[in-house]
Design a protein around this ligand. Structure first.
Ligand SMILES: [Zn+2]
Length: 200
């Protein structure tokens, strides 16, 4: 991995120096900036259909044509002993969920992210994805902010409100009895946050 994406309101100050930006996508309200990436490749729509790396990617979780059964079939072809939290991050299974939404959506679906893929039912997997999609759509609209707790309360500038992400040691917002735990998961050791009390 390398580089970093930033999402800013138009006119907002970027958090990295301008000369480090090498791709800027501008919409009427936002600027999406890629900083310091290792490789930038632009290709035509027709070429993307023949690119093996793109063909190897799972479906985009935010695509309007997202096909749940195709996603489940792909996940079932993956290593069944892998933790579901780890498998969700694998872009060959599903493109776009990312580390924050992995933890937040497993929590919202009340699924323990450490359970092996083979022990998670299709319904449970789809519950996780179903929890993530509307929140990610909303996040895309609000400039990348993560709000899974009290989503209707307005955000202060720079604020995110999560259920488990970066809440290590704090009381669970759902059951009150559990304390949020954090541990690296999978080959890439990406931190997973979860409540050991109410995620089964
Ligand atoms: Zn809990």
């Amino acid at each position: 991995m390398g580089g970093k994406w930033g999402v800013y309101r138009r006119g907002e100050r970027w958090r990295r120096a301008r000369h480090r930006a090498w791709l800027v996508i501008t919409t009427p309200e936002h600027e999406v900036v890629q900083f310091d990436g290792p490789v930038l490749e632009l290709m035509t729509d027709s070429r993307t259909r023949f690119d093996r790396r793109i063909a190897a990617l799972g479906q985009d979780i935010l695509a309007p044509e997202f096909d749940e059964q195709r996603f489940v079939a792909r996940l079932r072809g993956d290593d069944p002993t892998r933790g579901i939290g780890d498998a969700l991050l694998d872009q060959r299974n599903l493109a776009g969920i990312g580390n924050i939404w992995k933890s937040e959506s497993c929590f919202l679906a009340a699924i323990d992210p450490w359970r092996a893929v083979r022990s998670v039912t299709d319904e449970e997997v789809l519950a996780i994805v179903g929890a993530a999609r509307p929140l990610m759509e909303r996040s895309a609209e609000t400039g990348g902010r993560v709000v899974t707790f009290e989503p209707d309360r307005p955000l202060r500038p720079g604020e995110s409100r999560t259920m488990v992400y970066e809440r290590t040691g704090l009381p669970c917002r759902r059951c009150g009895g559990g304390r949020i735990r954090a541990r690296g998961q999978g080959d890439d050791n990406r931190t997973t946050y979860w409540c050991p009390e109410c995620q089964g």
